[in-house]
Structures are given as structure tokens and as C-alpha cells.
Ligand binder design. Structure first.
Ligand SMILES: Nc1ncnc2c1ncn2[C@@H]1O[C@H](COP(=O)(O)OP(=O)(O)OP(=O)(O)O)[C@@H](O)[C@H]1O
Length: 301
């Protein structure tokens, strides 16, 4: 595995407050890495240190094995959660200017911009001021500004916020294609289903430290199975009162249960079979949302 970026024992303190605490992390090349955490967990602070916008208090950050410097910022694209376009400038002037700051020749940036605008069906906005665009279209422009200079590492913080479902799919497709063409991506989002769909590796932060880290499939396997989907022709509401059942939710075909521990599953099964025929009894892997709630203590349902 080629490592595009490595953080070793990186710490950031603001006065007495430790925002990032001895963080060690590897971002593999050409993969999409989910970087998650509750509000205030230290994600943005970490991004700012990677981008050299903030100095780390302790630890080291490596780019392809060498200490990262400000020069590498040209190889990184950043879509911050706080959007930062100049409202009074036109899309073209602004994006060409930002690409120039990252070392891109004007002719190349104009060409790349036209192709991205076409791809996102917004060619008519090239010479419009940013403030004249809808929120969703501003979001697409901000995305383009992060990718226009063909970065090797792309940091996306809530890239799909404010977009309608059609545009979410459009941006998602663009992100997947960038990954397939070799761009390494750090993806931060509170939308667990997006992370689950897109990321192979992830890290969940809590109070500046990782609490879960690794390959998503392996992470899921290592968590105990606590969700059961049940379908039967008789009334299942008695399960809401059953010991070991933490959550009972009625569905069209029956119910979904969350149990306290995987040992409760055979107990539930026994109770059901005593009552009658069970059409469906499926013990499922936890969702990323379940894992997040358990480990980071916050719900994003
Ligand atoms: N410039 C600063 N000065 C002092 N404290 C800061 C500063 N920037 C961040 N912090 C603190 O550091 C902690 C981590 O903040 P950070 O913005 O990195 O969290 P986050 O994970 O990005 O949260 P969110 O999901 O809400 O964006 C918070 O407690 C925050 O208040």
C-alpha cells in the first residue's frame, strides 16, 4: 500500500484545550478514506494542519514519506465545510485566480473549468457573479475550485450538503471517477450512508483521538450483531417488552429489533418459534450509524 499521507502522534492544543491528541493516521493512495467524528472532535483542525494553515503543537506529518511543507498544498484540494467563495467575483475570474495560486497556467485552468461546468450542467454561470447562483450551484463551483488543479489528495468536508438528490448523485459520480483515476480522497461527513457507500477505510474521532480505525468491512465484522429483522403473521408487539430488546420498531412486514447483546438473539428466536411460524429472522451487521453512535456517542439519524 502506497501511503500518500501519514500523521504521526500529531497534537494540536489551543491554550489548555487539546483539539487533536496524538493522532496517528495513514491515508492510502488512490483510496477514499472516511474521517468522521462528532462536532468538535478535531476533524477541521486536522485538515488545517495537513494544509499547513495551522501549525501542529507536536508530532509530524509526512507526504509520500517526507515531511510535508507548504509547497505540497498545491497538490492538495480542499473543500471546506465553511464555504469561502468571493460573492462579488465571477465564477471564471475567481476559479482561474485560485488555480493560478496553485501554480496552474491560465489556458489550462480555463479549459479545465469549461469541462467541469459542462459536466455539472452549469455552463451558463461561467461569467456570473457567485452571489447570483443558487446555494446548490455555488456548492458545485466550490467543488470545482477544489479539483480544478488536479490535486493528488482531495479533502472533502460535507461535499454534498445543500444539494438535491440528482446533484448529489452527479457529484458522487465525479468523486468516484477521481478516485478511480488515482486521486486519494479524505471524505468527512455526518451522513453515514454516504461514507458507507463510498469509503473503504475510515477513522472515527472522539475528543481528538481515533476510537475506530481501519477497513470498513473488517470493522463491521468485528462489531457484534445487534440488529434483527423479523417477519411473522402474528402480533410481535410483545417483543417490545422482552428482556434484552433495546429498541423495537414496527415495520410493514413485522419489526426491527435492536438487542443488547448478540446472546439475546437465540432467546428472541425461541420466544418466536414458541408462538408460531417465523417468515423471516435476519440478524444483521451493524450499520456505520450504529457503530458511530456506540463509539462516538452521537446520533446522526
Ligand atoms: N482557533 C481555535 N481556537 C481555539 N479552539 C479551537 C480553534 N479551532 C478549533 N478549536 C476547538 O478545537 C476543537 C476541535 O474543533 P474542530 O473544528 O477541529 O472540530 P470538528 O471535528 O471539525 O467539528 P465539526 O464537525 O463541528 O466541524 C473544538 O473543541 C473547537 O472548539
Amino acid at each position: 500500500m502506497v501511503r500518500v499521507l501519514q500523521l504521526k502522534n500529531v497534537t494540536k492544543r489551543f491554550g489548555k484545550h487539546t483539539a487533536v491528541d496524538q493522532l496517528t493516521l495513514t491515508i492510502p493512495e488512490g483510496e477514499m478514506f472516511g474521517f468522521l467524528g462528532a462536532n468538535g472532535a478535531g476533524k477541521t483542525t486536522t485538515f488545517r494542519m495537513i494544509l499547513n494553515l495551522l501549525e501542529n503543537t507536536e508530532g509530524e506529518i509526512f507526504w509520500h514519506g517526507k515531511k510535508i511543507t507548504y509547497a505540497q498544498s498545491n497538490e492538495i484540494g480542499y473543500l471546506p465545510e465553511e464555504r469561502g467563495l468571493y460573492p462579488k467575483l465571477t465564477v471564471k475570474d475567481q476559479l482561474v485566480y485560485l488555480a493560478k495560486l496553485r501554480g496552474m497556467a491560465k489556458a489550462d485552468s480555463v479549459k479545465a473549468l469549461k469541462s467541469w461546468l459542462e459536466r455539472f450542467n452549469i455552463t451558463e454561470y461561467e461569467n456570473k457573479k457567485v452571489e447570483e447562483l443558487s446555494k446548490g450551484n455555488q456548492q458545485k463551483i466550490q467543488f470545482i475550485s477544489a479539483v480544478l488543479h488536479n490535486p493528488r489528495l482531495l479533502i472533502l468536508d460535507e461535499p454534498f450538503s445543500g444539494l438535491d438528490p440528482v446533484n448529489v448523485e452527479m457529484l458522487k459520480k465525479a468523486v468516484i471517477e477521481l478516485k478511480q483515476s488515482g486521486t486519494s480522497i479524505i471524505f468527512s461527513s455526518h451522513r453515514m450512508e454516504h461514507v458507507e457507500e463510498l469509503c473503504r477505510f475510515l477513522c472515527i474521532m472522539k475528543h481528538g483521538k481515533p476510537v475506530v480505525e481501519g477497513d470498513l468491512t473488517e470493522i463491521k465484522r468485528s462489531f457484534r450483531k445487534k440488529n434483527i429483522t423479523i417477519s411473522a403473521d402474528y402480533d410481535l408487539t410483545f417483543l417490545s417488552e422482552t428482556a434484552g430488546v433495546v429498541k423495537y420498531q414496527e415495520t410493514q412486514q413485522g419489526c426491527k429489533l435492536q438487542i443488547a447483546s448478540s446472546e439475546d438473539a437465540p432467546v428472541v428466536w425461541k420466544l418466536l418459534t414458541e408462538k408460531g411460524f417465523v417468515n423471516k429472522f435476519e440478524v444483521e451487521e451493524p450499520t456505520l450509524n450504529d457503530i458511530f453512535i456506540e463509539k462516538a456517542g452521537e446520533s446522526y439519524a
